[in-house]
Design a protein. Sequence first.
Length: 184
Amino acid sequence: MIQSLYVSGYRPHELGIFTKKHPGIQVIKKAIEHELRTLIDEGLEWVIISGQPGVETWTAEVVIELKKAFPHLKYAVITPFLEMEKNWNEEKQAEYAYILGKADFVTSVTKRPYEAPWQFVEKDKFIIQNTDALLLVYDEEHEGSPKYLKRLVEKYMERNEYELLTITSYDLQTIAEEMQRAEW
């Protein structure tokens, strides 16, 4: 049973998304919501993100909405280092502050500001070791940054009981078509 779930995936620019009004965001959020609803019915209690813009931010927005129907659902933001948002633009910082403010738990793995890329790896290792599964928005044909997390999870799964769930480009296409049909 999956009680705690790490959700991650692409950053907005990796998907060609440069505005909050991009229609792809709603498709991705709908796919995430669909997966989360299924897992909630099966006992999901915690959703964990690291606060990165893109899939993780959109996941937090989905969870905030789902909490209205499922008040037992909680989410945590576990960042790789302190002041992660320091160099982001004001709009991204405001979105991030909102998500942190609504979270049930917030912490930083290394408890200090950015030093080097190893902090991202340590964050992933920590979250994987403290969750039951990873839901990754990922397409094998367009690897991008999620490929590193996928490899880390696959290595972890060789010695530990852990689940890797994915939302693929095919899944997103199916959701987009369903959403279009619903508009007719």
